[in-house]
Design a protein around this ligand. Structure first.
Ligand SMILES: [Zn+2]
Length: 165
């Protein structure tokens, strides 16, 4: 959790507190944040670099893009991923859940590797191994698989070869 002293308070002209309502990641370098007053219909937008916008966000808020990614998941794993990402954000003292935080949280220790799949991963050239690991784990998470198996690796291999055309 963020210490209270770091929480910024924004007041509406009516006197009520304004709350962060939505965040749009226009690009990795430009965020648009919307704040709204709960007492009247007033709202405002703040745009800037991520490090300028993040301090405005003082409660858990998913960016539109991160929420969209979450909603693309199969319904039975969506609540699991949502809970794990929010726990991960909380542990790291982050309120704003962006696409990059979502990927970071989803790829961290949520998928195990079978012994055979782990051995095959070790044989992948070092230059592409880290990327391959992230991609294969993402495939496993999207399918709700708790473990990377050899058959998933075969599928991933076909996908990567296909991507290279
Ligand atoms: Zn107001």
């Amino acid at each position: 959790m963020k210490p209270a002293s770091l929480s910024m308070k924004v007041s509406c002209c009516c006197g009520a507190a304004m709350e962060t309502r939505a965040l749009e990641e226009a690009s990795p370098l430009l965020y648009h944040l919307t704040l709204a007053c709960l007492a009247c219909a007033n709202w405002m937008a703040v745009s800037g670099r991520p490090e300028e916008i993040e301090p405005w966000v003082t409660r858990t808020l998913w960016s539109r893009e991160a929420r969209h990614e979450l909603e693309r998941l199969p319904p039975h794993i969506e609540p699991l991923v949502r809970g794990e990402v929010e726990t991960y954000a909380d542990k790291n003292g982050v309120c704003l859940i962006t696409l990059s935080l979502l990927q970071e949280a989803r790829n961290r220790g949520q998928v195990s590797w079978s012994r055979e799949a782990g051995e095959r991963l070790a044989n992948i050239p070092a230059a592409v191994r880290a990327m391959a690991k992230i991609e294969i784990e993402r495939m496993a998470i999207e399918r709700g698989l708790p473990e990377v198996t050899e058959s998933l690796m075969n599928e991933a291999k076909l996908k990567f070869l296909g991507m290279r055309g």
